[in-house]
Design a protein around this ligand. Structure first.
Ligand SMILES: [Mg+2]
Length: 212
């Protein structure tokens, strides 16, 4: 059987799919939440190189037990309207991907709960249940996000003009520019300035009328 995928919607995770920045929640477990929040904010505004910033922020997570991810997950707040948006994508024959500069360790629990089909993020190195403070493998940065959107589209036979990218941070700009429709969602100034479409209300269901 051949199922036709009509379109692809790719969302960023932190501050888009969910209200939180997960790295800040994990940093709270190390007592370094405020410091990591400030560095994350600068990276999302595009003031620092994403990969360099991520590596230094992940260093602040060294020593956090992976068992504390339960507590992190419990603090995560899905963005209002996310369930309605995802349901509407399926009704119209599309699929939903999430590509994140955050972490598989959290997204692997969260994405299936929200009904996301495919997702990709960074991985945190751990030894005997304790974070080492390193990122494993290549970093999912702005270019990797755009490349992943193109790869999912190719894999599911979706033409580039039938892709939608939604994000808030500077590391979302390349996928926003590469997508058929790029949406800055409650985004940082640099993203709002460059994105074809800008929305400030924190409610993902308002994007439903834009679906093909
Ligand atoms: Mg974000």
């Amino acid at each position: 059987m051949c199922v036709t995928v009509r379109f692809l919607v790719v969302l960023d995770a932190d501050s888009t799919l969910i209200r939180n920045e997960v790295i800040e929640l994990i940093a709270d477990e190390a007592g370094r939440g405020a410091e990591v929040a400030a560095a994350t904010e600068a990276a999302m505004r595009g003031e620092t190189d994403f990969a360099t910033s991520l590596r230094s922020r992940v260093e602040a997570l060294a020593g956090v037990p992976t068992a504390s991810f339960e507590r992190v997950l419990a603090r995560i707040e899905p963005t209002p309207g996310v369930a309605d948006l995802i349901a509407a994508v399926y009704e119209r024959g599309g699929i939903v991907g999430v590509v994140s500069g955050g972490f598989h360790e959290i997204l692997d629990e969260l994405a299936p709960r929200l009904g996301v089909d495919v997702w990709r993020a960074n991985r945190l190195a751990a030894r005997e249940g304790i974070l080492t403070g390193a990122v494993e493998g290549a970093i999912v940065d702005a270019q990797a996000k755009a490349d992943q959107l193109a790869a999912w589209a190719a894999e599911h036979g979706v033409a580039a003009h039938r892709t939608i990218a939604i994000g808030d941070g500077a590391n979302d700009l390349r996928m926003i520019e590469a997508a058929g429709l790029g949406i800055a969602f409650n985004a940082k100034p640099a993203v709002r300035a460059a994105a074809p479409l800008v929305t400030s209300r924190v409610d993902l269901s308002q994007l439903i009328p834009l679906l093909p």
